[in-house]
Design a protein around this ligand. Structure first.
Ligand code: 5RP
Length: 257
């Protein structure tokens, strides 16, 4: 791995502790005006100082994020479908690597849908993105997305994560599940865990705690932060769990409340 790739990865996963709190706000690329993201410049700006990186689309980056803010960008570069479709797996690469570089992306992100009817398309798109990524020194984060019909269990998630890593992804994003340590053990690259649909703050902190306890590098969390009643407190509490090793209940009481 050359210097550029290593340096960009180190901007996302902090070398001091090998951990990361990524803030995901890319939901609109298939969900449209997601609750909490209607007015990104107002709702997200106060959170940027507490996130290790920001995962989003180029449309929101160009129109809503102040270029003076020093935050590594993980650019969503896949899309092509919407929440109105039953099958969300029909995605392609939507952004050129040259545009990602123009936007000073520290990494690019693409979803794959293992077990879906577009499984091959996703894996080949990932392979193409990884090829381009190595040409320019840009890491690729593979999002192992779960279709409505797939179960989020250890068998399915470890299969998806391993395929993403074998295809060349530098970081893999997945969901937390019972037996998560097996997902981590069988994956040769760092894993980050998605928060999923909004739950209670205690549950989301517990998820972050368990994810890193069982070997994840951290979280790539969205709705459980920006849909929280106190988003700044919530991201601070997530940081305290992921980077500070605080117990979830302690982080909830001392930082969130
Ligand atoms: C969508 C994504 C989202 O970024 C991801 O789901 C993380 O956000 P959340 O914590 O809200 O699940 O990759 O495919």
């Amino acid at each position: 791995m050359d210097y550029g790739m290593k340096n960009r990865l180190a901007r996302i996963i902090k070398p001091e502790d090998g951990r990361t709190v990524m803030l995901a706000i890319d939901h609109g690329y298939f969900m449209g005006p997601t609750s909490g993201l209607e007015n990104v410049d107002k709702s997200i700006a106060p959170l940027l100082g507490y996130a290790d990186s920001l995962m989003l689309t180029r449309g929101i980056l160009r129109s809503k994020i102040d270029a003076g803010v020093d935050i590594p960008v993980v650019l969503r570069v896949s899309g092509g479908t919407s929440i109105l479709k039953d099958d969300l797996s029909d995605e392609d690469i939507t952004v050129s690597m040259e545009d990602a570089i123009r936007l000073n992306a520290s990494a690019v992100a693409l979803s794959i849908f293992i077990g879906s009817k577009n499984e091959k398309q996703g894996i080949i798109n990932l392979a193409k993105l990884v090829n381009k990524g190595y040409e320019y020194g840009i890491p690729v984060l593979a999002v192992t997305a779960v279709g409505r019909e797939m179960s989020r269990d250890v068998r399915y998630l470890s299969l998806s994560v391993r395929i993403a890593a074998e295809t060349g992804a530098n970081i893999v994003k997945t969901y937390y599940c019972d037996g998560f340590e097996r997902v981590v053990e069988t994956c040769p690259v760092p894993i980050v865990v998605a928060g999923g649909k909004k739950t209670g703050e205690r549950d989301a902190l517990e998820l972050a705690y368990n994810a890193v306890k069982y070997g994840a590098a951290g979280v790539d969390m969205g709705r459980n932060i920006f849909q929280s009643e106190k988003p700044v407190n919530m991201i601070k509490a997530v940081r305290a769990v992921v980077h500070g090793g605080l117990m979830p209940e302690e982080a909830y009481k001392k930082i969130y409340l």
